[in-house]
Ligand binder design. Sequence first.
Ligand code: N01
Length: 891
Amino acid sequence: MPEAMVASSASEATRGGTIQQVDVAVVGAGFAGLYLLHRLRKAGFTSVVLEEAADVGGTWYWNRYPGARCDIQTIDYSYTFDPELERAWQWSEKYATQPEILRYLGFVTDRYDLRRDIRFGTKVTAATWEHAADRWLLTTDHGASVSCRYYIMATGCLSAPKPPEIDGVKDFKGEVYFTGRWPHEEIKLAGKRVAVIGTGSSGIQSIPMIAEQAAHLTVFQRTPNFALPAHNGPPPADRMALLEGDRAGYREQARMSLAGVPWPQQMSVSWQLSDAERRERFEKAWAAGDLVYILTQLWADQGVDVDGNSLLADLIREKIRTIVKDPETAAALSPHDHPFGAKRPCLDTNYYTTYNRPNVTLVNLRQEPITGITASGIKTGKRGFDVDVIVFATGFDAMTGAIMAVHPITGRGGKSLSDVWANGPQTYLGLTVAGFPNLFMITGPGSPSVLSNMAVSIEQHVDWTVDRLMAMREAGYTTMEATDTAQAGWARHMADCSTLTLHRLANTWYTGANVPGKAWGVMPYTGGVGPYRTICDEIVSRGMLGFRLTGPNVAEQCNDGEVVRLQPDVRLVLNMLADMNLPPIESFGAQGARDFVAQFNAARPAGRPVGEVVDGTLAGADGPLPYRLYRPATPGPHPIVVYFHGGGWVLGDEQSDDPFCRDMCRRTGMSFVSVGYRHAPEHRFPTAAEDGYAATRWIAEHAAELGGKPGPVMVAGWSAGGNIAAVTCQLARDRGGPQISGQLLVCPVTDCTFDRPSYHENATGYFLTRSLMYWFWDLYCSPADRTDPRVSPLRGKLENLPPALVATCEFDPLRDEGVAYAQAMAAAGVPVEQLNARGHFHSSLTMVDVVITGVAARVQMANALRRFAGLPPERKEGDEGVRPRSDRLAA
Ligand code: N01
């Protein structure tokens, strides 16, 4: 539609009032809005920024409470889009104060002459998609309405202060301040009795400063938070040297990192380190005063595993006890209800020592909740506190508040964003929402945003968005809208990512738990800044996957689909393997492939400790075979599981599935005996099958010697090992024992045909390829023997087999033959449980501590084995995945 017609229809909509016509309207003149305006202008789009405040700065305009600073090192918390700008500005401190950051944003505004397109003191009161014009119409509380093609929310994640939810605030006769809306004039607290409610970052930063001025400070704490010393000062020489040594490389590393700050991925896991080594790492981090460092650099499992996390949390609690002199106050300040990092920790300056001052009192609201505010102060369940000033550091309606609650946004067909998000934010990439064409959010819910260095995430979102607008203009498109499929897929991917972290175990503003009645869910994207960036780029390279593009003179384009179907950690593993550009494993020859697998396994994290690991030999079908026994730490005797490793009958040995055997031993409380059966091509069919059967018989007969419970054993195996376990069950039934009480078949080979769909769908790209499977079969079994049930158990008699759990993975060539075996056994009357692991590949479930999203499946497998042994299920507290905390906080 021509622009003139757009103008007239929009004018009618506001009954003749003036309408400002622009290509793009942006809300917010903070870090995001300023860079957006700069980029939009350079790209030739007419733009206006609507800003409620009287000046630029966004969050740094409003949050001017005493002590306000950033807690990402300022050299990282800066714009990087212009090297000239970087050279033109020097930060005076490692963590700049709010006034300095505000000066920086003012400097940037002036440098790029941005003010002339910013309408200050202007709030959007409604935004409506006008379908006929393919434009947004914005009404404002000040000046002209705005008609724009694109509407971009650069509103920040923590901009809408949350009401304090305490009765009687209006009755209070003293002064009331909110940290998130601190007055611009100087507030005099000297000689006054001050109360601070809230001990999040704002409270932690302001409390030491207020304590220095006030006659008395009373801190009302509901939940203690972890705080770490900032050790502020000039920008650290080592980081400056790194940055100045290779500015472009430093910035690029930040962009591809997990948190937007250039620290490498930590590889050592906590149980590989001694107590002394862990303490040394911790002390170094405590002395460094760097939030991202202590959150990511101590050990690899600190952010993903409850046990690994609590080792670190214990060390921090120990510090709190050392610093705070009164033991009762120290105990009240020590967080126990959430893993370290699951709630946003804060860097502090003298926070804990402040509680040693005689003019500071801590009130533990867990013991005496606030019952109300009176004319003279604050009442708790136990006592009253008369105060002159109340400071509310009670936080924000985060992530969605500033977008949804601020003004009605009405999309296609009259859809209201508040309704669409009633059960939590739904977005594609945290950037767009289905049903709301041409609406973009910078660092919206569903993007890494608050779990990252915001400066890096903002630049990525702005660049991606403006690049898309330019590409659309070039191609003649005027609208861009996420599809429902893409959005639903993103929600699934978000949920998959959040099972990897510990955020689900804390009640925080990340999950909406801090706002009564708000839907619960981890709102930021937890998959990391670098992976997120590659996903955004992949969407473009795959023809704007998941977006519908339309324009007046071009055919509609909609390349629908989900961008990530793999589990996030599987995606990382497969990308890493793809980057290695390895030749096909089969090209190494059998011995070369064995050496490669041994090398590959050596690079994996070590398995976790079990009670005891014993190597021995057993009598096989044709001579001794090695075994490795994993015994639990609990007193025996334990039920025994005979385990067969994977490797296509060609590769691996009794130690090659070590992390998996340890993990299952710990989860089940059972002994695992991993059998070193003989391999092809030296020993072809039916050697592996006969070795497996003979080993099972020997182990059952020698159960007591192995410390196991006499009686039936269970069998388990992965891949070709699953094949041997399945065959062993058939042979044991037909040859008069041993008695087997259950079989766990993980991605088993069950049949010799290669024509099932999974063989085609997953032929390449998922590590186990179709051609590798052909090679394994060729080495092990000649075509004439392949229909023998000792290698194709699907072709055997299936009645009267032990109960089974068959686990299959979505992206595995063997998926469909596993499913077929499970279905055929069930049809033959065998009790069968099927586990279909969505988003996983052939090695997922055995790659313990690399593919953490496999935990839920391992819990299910362990429970099945316990059921086969007649034991109740046992869930290990904490790391078993999907178990969000939805209990709300009591005041
Ligand atoms: O808000 P918060 P914030 N009765 O939600 C308590 C960023 N930031 O403004 O935990 C009693 O973290 C509440 O208790 P509980 C940073 O990302 C960054 O401090 O809900 N207490 C909590 O203690 C940060 O995470 C910087 O039990 C009540 C506190 O108030 C985010 O902003 C500086 C209550 C709120 O803590 C938000 O921080 C500042 C009630 N009714 C902020 N309601 C830096 O860069 C709430 N509370 C350093």
